[in-house]
Design a protein around this ligand. Structure first.
Ligand SMILES: Cc1cc2nc3c(=O)[nH]c(=O)nc-3n(C[C@H](O)[C@H](O)[C@H](O)COP(=O)(O)OP(=O)(O)OC[C@H]3O[C@@H](n4cnc5c(N)ncnc54)[C@H](O)[C@@H]3O)c2cc1C
Length: 304
């Protein structure tokens, strides 16, 4: 039985593993998709202290290497549910069951979809949720980005370097991301920003050929021909498997404060998957440390 099982290997989960190993606890980190979490899809990180500029992939790899050097065990599997009995936690995955004395949930969040017909069918055939992963496929072609937050704006800046034209489609009257990014985009001759507008239809048979746009104020509908559509409209947490174990708020985030405690003893939470104001690498890593040390105190109290 592991001292601590960590669900999710993003910055929060990996930092929790580092702190727990340094406290000499046995640790298993279970990840279902990508060791490093969301940040692996970021082309450039410029706000992680001491590192002026680094790709998300590189940063994630450095975190992973450090955790492995400290002796954390890793498992590629999806956690389907957790059962608590007699103080122990049975973590049930699609790749077998694991037992832990405590669990840290660090499941992060996922890209929100538009919810349009044929969206799933056209994903990978023009529709994408990650410009850094798929942007290069659209070099020399026109694309659109849906969203007005930092992710959408960062993606638009990156795509404008090699796509013929980038149209940023925002449903509100202003962009919600950093003014600095808006100002960069305003100066780019191959970028158009349109406001109060929704993507209402995906066009094309075997691959995306364009989108229908509807102005929310005038009701006017226009067709935009694009080869790629990058959807960057926010994140949704992935906490459904744990809804019977820990309380979730109405958006599905695990309800917990800065102490990373849940109201289920032995279960801790870290990173983007919990209720918080700021979802960044620094806040995720801070949570990882707080949750791991809380779990260590819990384990030490069990043994006392
Ligand atoms: C494109 C992009 C650019 C960004 N740029 C920046 C930036 O420049 N600076 C910055 O500070 N932040 C940035 N962020 C935000 C930052 O990546 C997140 O705040 C951070 O990754 C959150 O870390 P986390 O560990 O809480 O969650 P995540 O990174 O989301 O990791 C959670 C992990 O848990 C796994 N998981 C979920 N459910 C299960 C399950 N049931 N079983 C097993 N595994 C599971 C997921 O697969 C995932 O790998 C960016 C995000 C994106 C998407």
């Amino acid at each position: 039985m592991y001292d601590i099982i960590i669900v999710g290997a993003g910055p929060a989960g990996l930092t929790a593993a580092l702190y727990a190993r340094r406290a000499d606890k046995t640790v298993l980190v279970i990840e279902k998709e990508s060791f490093g979490g969301q940040i692996t899809s970021s082309p450039k990180v410029e706000n992680y202290p001491t590192i002026k500029e680094i790709s998300g992939n590189e940063l994630a790899q450095m975190m992973l290497d450090q955790v492995m050097e400290h002796g954390a065990e890793l498992e590629m599997a999806e956690v389907l549910r957790i059962e608590k009995s007699n103080g122990a936690m049975k973590v049930i995955t699609d790749y077998g069951e694991f037992e832990g004395k405590s669990v840290i949930l660090a499941t992060g969040s996922k890209h929100r979809h538009l919810g349009l017909p044929r969206e799933e069918e056209l994903t990978g055939k023009g529709v994408s949720y990650c410009a850094v992963c798929d942007g290069a496929f659209f070099s020399g072609a026109p694309v659109a980005v849906v969203g007005g937050g930092n992710t959408a704006l960062q993606e638009a800046v990156m795509l404008s370097e090699y796509c013929t034209h980038v149209t940023v489609v925002q449903n509100l009257s202003t962009m919600t991301g950093e003014a600095r990014l808006v100002s960069i985009l305003e100066k780019k001759p191959n970028v158009t920003m349109i406001f109060d507008t929704l993507v209402t239809e995906l066009l094309g048979e075997d691959k995306l050929e364009g989108v229908l746009l509807k102005n929310d104020k005038t009701g006017e509908t226009t067709k935009l021909s694009v080869d790629g559509l990058f959807v960057a409209i926010g994140q949704v947490p992935e906490n459904k498997p744990f809804e019977n174990l820990v309380p979730l708020n109405s958006y599905g985030y695990i309800t917990a404060g800065e102490n990373c405690l849940t109201n289920t003893s032995g279960i801790f939470v870290a990173g983007d998957c919990r209720t918080k104001q700021v979802r960044q690498i620094t806040t995720a890593t801070a949570d990882g440390a707080v949750a791991a040390l809380a779990a260590c105190r819990y384990l030490d109290a069990l043994e006392a």
